[in-house]
Design a protein around this ligand. Structure first.
Ligand code: SF4
Length: 130
């Protein structure tokens, strides 16, 4: 495997002191960049992290942020291969208002009342407009 080119770019940062090892951030990372290692979340292959930050909204402790630093370039081909290996992964999360799952509706991560939660697109408009 050729060594990935280093580049200054956006990538997920995990604050180990804040991470409680709940593992909720693993499934939202479609590319499989985050795994639990020794009870803590880790970006196990930096070239799989595209810095999109889908994991950020689910972390209950605020351990995940996006930073800009030197890292191997994102490798879309490797991410695609990893996704194919993992197959379809469902979050196991539900809309905090109606209980819908991602199997039948689009879920969006959000922060509400001091908690990281998921809301479905049907319940989002009433939250926005009251
Ligand atoms: S969701 Fe947050 S607290 Fe849970 S494993 Fe991931 S980084 Fe750690």
């Amino acid at each position: 495997m050729a060594k990935a080119q280093m580049k200054k770019r956006k990538i997920v940062r995990i604050n180990e002191d804040l991470c409680n090892g709940c593992g909720v951030c693993v499934a939202p990372c479609a590319e499989g960049a985050i795994q639990l290692v020794g009870g803590k979340a880790k970006v196990v292959r930096e070239e799989l992290c595209d810095g999109a930050g889908f994991c950020l909204g689910v972390c209950p402790t605020g351990a995940l942020t996006i930073e800009e630093r030197d890292a191997p370039e994102f490798d879309p081909k490797a991410a695609e291969e990893e996704q194919a290996k993992r197959g379809k992964t469902l979050l196991g999360e539900t809309c905090f208002r109606c209980g819908a799952t991602e199997e039948n509706v689009v879920l969006i991560p959000c922060r509400h009342a001091g908690k990281s939660q998921w809301v479905c697109v049907h319940c989002l408009p009433p939250l926005i407009h009251g």
